[in-house]
Design a protein around this ligand. Structure first.
Ligand SMILES: [Zn+2]
Length: 251
């Protein structure tokens, strides 16, 4: 069987038979791959502990007929060490892994941008330098954008007009948000059932998408909370089934 090497994040694992596991990976070069790791549930396994969720690993795989087999695994970054012991980081990280698993739907479809986003997001999360909730929201908005569901937080998602900067509150002309229509709506395009977030919340959402951390960190908690709710609604709309793991994230 031909061998190949790749770098990957372990997204999830499940048991197979007596001692094996199927490992779902997001790889740098081969996109999402499911592979069998033989004997990893035995205590004598050489690399069982390297194939846990959140691990960033360098792998050697053999090309199988249905599933590939993992023949070697070396740890590149043990992200689980910085994530697993903290409830907030852990629940946020779990949503990130589940989202990557769902957004990279096709197996073996290279998805370098999604891989780099996930590695970058887990690195910041594990470092503890930023609020897990904000790292998560920023990751969700960016990964949905890469997947083709980029939300609009300035121009009207329906007609494309930009908010008028005149008046007492800049951006106030685009006060409605609708996940199914792709983002904010102007007064003309708004539809019943749209949310009407604060203008500051839309600014936070734009900053989370752009990775503009000074703006995010200066925001008030109520606007960050409102932004999180809208990100969750947007994600739920664009994934066919909701994410189970998102229910555990405390906001
Ligand atoms: Zn419009």
């Amino acid at each position: 069987m031909p061998l190949y090497r790749d770098e990957a994040i372990v997204l999830r694992t499940h048991k197979l038979g007596e001692a094996d596991r199927i490992i779902t990976l997001l790889t740098r070069q081969h996109g999402r791959v499911r592979a069998v790791a033989r004997g990893v549930r035995r205590t004598t396994s050489r690399f069982g502990s390297r194939l846990e969720p959140f691990m960033h690993v360098d792998l050697q795989l053999s090309d199988g007929r249905s599933l590939d087999h993992i023949t070697q695994a070396e740890t590149l970054t043990p992200f689980h060490a910085g994530i697993g012991g903290d409830y907030e980081r852990y629940t946020a990280g779990t949503v990130m892994l589940e989202t990557a698993d769902r957004l990279v739907a096709e197996e073996r479809e290279p998805s370098l941008q999604q891989f780099l986003l996930l590695v970058g997001g887990l690195r910041v999360l594990a470092s503890g330098d930023r609020s897990p909730s904000q790292v998560l929201d920023s990751y969700l908005l960016r990964s949905m954008s890469v997947a083709g569901y980029a939300p609009s937080f300035d121009a009207c998602a329906r007609c494309g007009t930009l908010p008028t900067s005149a008046g007492p509150s800049p951006g106030a002309s685009h006060r409605w948000f609708n996940p199914s229509l792709g983002g904010v709506l102007c007064a003309t395009c708004r539809v019943p059932g749209s949310a009407s977030p604060a203008a500051e919340t839309l600014t936070v959402l734009g900053a989370l998408l752009a990775g503009d951390w000074p703006v995010v960190e200066a925001a008030e908690p109520r606007h960050l909370r409102e932004a999180s709710g809208l990100v969750a609604a947007y994600l739920a709309w664009h994934l066919e089934r909701g994410l189970r793991s998102l229910e555990y994230v405390e906001r």
